[in-house]
Write a new protein. Sequence first.
Length: 393
Amino acid sequence: MRRTFEQHLDPTVGPKRILSLSGGGVRGLVTLGTLAHLEAMIRSEFDDESIVLSDFYDLIAGTSTGSIISVSLAMGWEVSRIKALYDELCPILFRPNRRLGFFKPRFEAQKLQDVLEQHLVDEQGEDLELGSPALKTGLLICAKRMDTDSAWLLTNHPNARFFQAGLDQSFLPNKHYKLKDLVRASTAAPTYLSPMRITISDGRAGFPKDDGVFVDGAIGGQNNPSLAALKIATLPSYKFNWKRGADQLSILSIGTGYFRQRIGADAFLKRRTVEQGIAALSSMISESERNTLMMLQSLSNPRRPRIINGEIEGLEGELLTEKPILGFQHIDVELNSSDIRERLKLHSLKGAQMDKIRDGLRDMANGRKKNLAYCYQLGASLGTDLVTADLFA
């Protein structure tokens, strides 16, 4: 079952398995709770307690908080080690404050940068790069470059177009981008953390110096990076060239909790213009996630489809193609009071008490200790929804 890095990427070695991890701030702990169960399932399936997820998955894709987890997994970390990282990071980065994010980001990005600089280094303390051999499997990080209005889908495939230095190339090859910078870029959610500036051209070899400005990959429509991963894996331009078919390619997508954002017409119109803009941006991200799920479910006919909306429901039995081109399964938890009560076993709590916990969980920047514990517990409960067939979707 174990594959070398070369075998993970080799299109002739299959079937190929992709793990897709969505954004969601502190609710990355929901993902980690689910991944702990997934890791245990795989170890049990192969009767090997030393297996890590980078042994099993050929490409691990992540956006925002999912990029932190995906990089760590691709480096061969156990889930428990990433959980310890989040236990360290979340209370430091997401301390309660009164900032609204209108004129200054709500949180200090340097605190995240400091933690990344501490952990994303090699044994000599040097910054790890996208081309580092420390990455044991395929990796996809999603970010949005604002100064060129382009979504960046960065992978560690050595044959990718911009990975190596080309003849008379004016910009740095992708393999030399530092992982800490790419993760910071992918997590730079507007109003929460400041944009990330990355050197694109260092000004050597007679070319002018050039920097790019990046924000969270969700702004590029990739908060759920599953569709981006499918494109990367199968379109010839990206050089992976993996085979299509439900028996050749699978994606397991893990969300960080979802809810429909509802507000009365009068309440929305009474908001300040900047508040309306922020609400619209948040809604756009939610809609892009639903479109991603709709597209992938229409290409895969999953065993347990997610309800997209009241008109098409889960697209059971409906395909855009003659037959499924991949196996796909998305799992997530709805952040409503009744589901939270059941999953967290808070049966004694009613009304306002339960709503307070629900609202805390919906806030992806709620770094309070109790909320963080609830996030992980939700993920652990979500993990029990997985079945063996999901490992080989």
